[in-house]
Design a protein around this ligand. Structure first.
Ligand code: THU
Length: 143
């Protein structure tokens, strides 16, 4: 999480705490025989629907998909394209990788991003446009 300050002892609204619990539950399904690094995510569409995901690794390493993208792609595949918050959990409350930031930016450039560890301790409460400044997105392509 270089360059992004970590805020300690954050309190959360009850709805975000519920998302955090769902992300922790999703992390328990992580398929992680290689890294043993479990990631869970819960993304909320603006209609209130929540989609969860975990990381799914592969013997061909680049085929691995991150937990955030699993949740996002589940949501998009079910017709959701607008989101207000994602909660991501991992052993260290890690920030999303660059590929996941870009994937999320496509649909929700101002998304709230809450990062926590697998015990539910919040490590950061920020926004995607802070994590991915100067982003390249849909408006940069000619329509
Ligand atoms: N991982 C995620 O699920 N999300 C991220 O944003 C970073 C990395 C996963 C991929 C791999 O299964 C494991 O964490 C170690 O890189």
């Amino acid at each position: 999480m270089k360059g992004v300050p970590v805020t300690a002892s954050l309190s959360l609204e009850s709805d975000i705490r519920a998302l955090l619990d769902q992300a922790i539950a999703a992390a328990q399904h992580a398929y992680i025989p290689y890294s043993h690094f479990a990631v869970g995510a819960a993304i909320r569409a603006i209609d209130g629907t929540v989609y969860t995901g975990c990381n799914i690794e592969n013997a061909s390493f680049p085929v691995t998909v991150c937990g955030e993208r699993t949740a996002l792609f589940k949501a998009v595949s079910e017709g959701r394209r607008s989101f207000d918050v994602v909660v991501i959990v991992s052993p260290v409350g890690a920030a999303p990788c660059g590929m996941c930031r870009q994937a999320l930016n496509e649909f929700a450039p101002h998304l709230r991003v809450v990062l926590a560890d697998l015990e539910g301790h919040v490590r950061m409460d920020t926004r995607l446009d802070v994590l991915l400044p100067g982003s390249f997105g849909p408006d940069d392509l000619p329509h």
